[in-house]
Design a protein around this ligand. Structure first.
Ligand code: 13P
Length: 257
């Protein structure tokens, strides 16, 4: 089923580079990335030009990804603006040059967070889509030292959607740097989503719809946790209960990362 606001899969056999089963053709995949970002903004999970999204997409023998361009409003973004990068892309020649050394000839400048997307696909074979957003409640929580140190605890069983008994918070580093990508990858060890200190969230999935839904879930849980904290100190589910929930999730949504 296609999630609301998402492009329906194109007919015909999938192109060889596709990984998300719902994204069969590159042109449809490019359009779906833009629509995903517009959906995040429309649902209050992101705003303005913030955030970025990508799909794993190979070209021949070259493993790679399609990623949104940098600093372009989503309302103005067109499929041709999406940038393809190979997974072996490296940063520019000088230490201060944060841009990729080689950019797809027909593309715009890729998202400044291209290294998060590249590194995540390289590290996690199950990831077919990655979403980065600046949701208000999740980001507000990610500014608190307590959350930065311990993440969002298991105040609600749905915390397990992120893959563990809490939702970790990646340490702070300047946006668009390798240091930030390293922090995000560390926070995502064994997980599908994390907060980012003083910044936002990252979520990945076996497809774009799953990554989008998880980003929205993390923001919903953050809003709930924020509300509960206004009322008092929420109780936290014990580890053995979260282990049961994680086991049930594996069975409840088989194959749906
Ligand atoms: P880009 O427009 O370069 O993707 O940057 C947005 C962002 O959220 C950086 O963290």
């Amino acid at each position: 089923m296609t999630a609301p606001g998402m492009t329906a899969p194109a007919a015909g056999s999938p192109e060889p580079g596709a990984h998300d089963p719902a994204m069969r053709h590159e042109q449809a995949a490019r359009a779906a990335l833009i629509e995903a970002c517009r959906t995040l903004n429309a649902r209050g999970v992101n705003q303005g030009k913030a955030g970025n999204a990508s799909l794993r997409w190979d070209r021949g023998a070259r493993a790679g990804l399609l990623v949104t361009p940098s600093a372009l409003p989503y309302e103005r973004m067109r499929p041709d603006d999406i940038v393809w990068l190979s997974l072996d892309t490296v940063a520019g020649a000088t230490p201060d040059d944060e841009r990729p050394a080689v950019i797809d000839a027909d593309g715009q400048r890729p998202s400044s967070e291209w290294r998060i997307h590249r590194d995540l696909y390289a590290a996690l074979p199950a990831a077919a889509a990655v979403v980065h957003a600046h949701p208000p409640h999740a980001t507000a929580l990610a500014c608190l030292p307590e959350i930065q140190a311990g993440g969002i605890p298991a105040f609600h069983y749905m915390v397990a959607m992120a893959g563990g008994a809490d939702i970790r918070c990646a340490g702070y580093a300047t946006f668009g740097t390798q240091a930030l990508s390293d922090q995000v990858l560390a926070a995502l060890a064994g997980r599908r989503a994390c907060l980012m200190a003083h910044h936002g969230i990252v979520a990945w999935g076996a497809g774009l719809a799953a990554a989008l839904a998880l980003a929205e879930e993390v923001e919903t849980l953050s809003r709930m946790y924020h509300l509960a904290r206004q009322l008092g100190r929420p109780a936290v589910l014990p580890d053995d209960e979260m282990a049961r929930v994680l086991a049930k999730f594996a069975d409840y949504r088989p194959g749906e990362a």
